[in-house]
Structures are given as structure tokens and as C-alpha cells.
Design a protein around this ligand. Sequence first.
Ligand code: AMP
Length: 276
Amino acid sequence: MTDEPLPIARTVDEVAAALQPAWERGDRIGLVPTMGAFHAGHLALMRAARETCETVVVSLFVNPAQFGPGEDLSRYPRDEGGDALAAAAIGVDLLFAPAESEVYPPGFDTWVDPGALATVLEGAFRPDHFRGVATVCTRLFGIVRPKVALFGRKDAQQVAVLRQVVRDLALPLEIEARPTVRDEDGLALSSRNRYLSTDERELALALPRALDAGLAAHRSGEDPVAVVRAALEAAPGLTLDYVERADLGGDTLAAAVRVGTTRLIDNVLLADGAGP
Ligand code: AMP
């Protein structure tokens, strides 16, 4: 634990003032972009950044551009006070928590449109989602100028899309992917798990269990997609959006389900020894 309060920057200029010394020193700056409501998955990214970077910046911005009409933007969990304490305890150097008008100021009119990969899996169900993600992350990279940005494999397609953006636009940073952090019962941690009732949470466990069964099936030479689809179609109280196998920085089995009004995604790597 640290007793130091965590500096919070609200504007692009405040970020520049705070990071100027780190830029001048040539620090390895690590950026962890988030939408807040921190759980152990977020904290693992911050710890990983803390271990390898001289300066660690966490951004907290619930990005309207990555939510579709009718999605959960207005009820998305927000707890900046708790988040700041948790980040301070890890030794994060700066929290960037801007208002929407700072991220998308008047006159903002450039969008990063990531192409085919953004139209499949999640992109088929959330048409402008990755355009919103790619745009906000590109802007955050410009504001913070990190050498590395860390993301969770829980959102494996997001990692793959951002790697494509960084490669295609020749942005001067690495994208580092970290493993999915799960609750003891296997449910992948997500800010959206807060929406689940106790009963819904129990139903949601079918998702990681189905993916586990898919992984086991793959290892014994069966079709993992068919196994996961059968398990999720048979699971009570779930609606299956998709299950697919795709190369998302490794051979990946990915699925999305809805439990009540909550949409959950998860994935597992099929390739033995594939990195996170
Ligand atoms: P979010 O606040 O949901 O946008 O997530 C911020 C970052 O945390 C993203 O890179 C996510 O992939 C990552 N993340 C979310 N949940 C998990 C998890 N259970 N394990 C690891 N990383 C996660």
C-alpha cells in the first residue's frame, strides 16, 4: 500500500504537464486503458505495467462511441473514488479521467475504422463498437505517448483489432495482452458481472464451462465449436449470440451469450503454449 494520493488528470494539458518529465527522460510509459469499475482483471494489468514500466498511466473513460444504441452506456457502473484508491494501492503514477468533451472536443471529426476484423464476432453484433474502441485508443495513445499499452485477453478481438491499428498506422507502441482473470468458479471477471442477480450469475457459469468443454474436445480431436454450441444451446436461461473459432493473436474459441439483459463474452486459447 502507498499513502500517496494518486494524481488525477482531467484534461489533455494536465496529462502533458504530468508526463513531461517522463517523456524527457525517455521513460518506458505503460498505459492501461479502462472504463473503470475496477476488478482484479484491471488490477492485474496495472500490476503488470508497474513491473515493467517506469511510469504507469491508467485511463478511466466510459467511451460513448463504443456503445451501440440501446446498450448499457447510461447504467454502466461508475466508481471513480474506489477506482482511484485501488490504482493508488498498486502504485499507478497517473489516472487520466477526462470528461467526454475532453476526449471528443468540439470539432472532433476523425475516426479510426479498423476493417474486416471489426465486422465479425463481436463486430457482427455491435457494428460500430471497434470503430469507437480504435478511435478512443488511438487518441489516448496520442495523449499519453506510451511505449506499451496493456489489454486483457478477455477481450481477445479488441487486442487483435488494436494490434492491427498499431501496425497499419505505424503507431510507436507495443500492444501487450495479458491473461483473463477469473473468479474461483471460472466466470471471467467483468464490470458487467455487477448486473447479474445471484441466479443469473449461476446461469452465466455455463459460458466458461462450455468453453472448457470445447477446449477438452479440441484436445481429443473433436470439433470445439460444435461442443460449445451444443452446451450453450442446452444451457437454461442463456441466449447464444455466437461461438466461433478465430485467429485472435492465437487460435481462439470465443463466445458471447446474453443472460437476462446482460451480455457476456469469454474465450479460451486452443493452441497449446500460445502466449496470452
Ligand atoms: P474495460 O474497463 O472493461 O474496458 O476493460 C479494461 C481492460 O481490462 C481491457 O483491456 C480488458 O480486456 C481488461 N479486462 C477486463 N476484464 C478482464 C479480465 N477478466 N481479465 C483480464 N483483463 C480484463
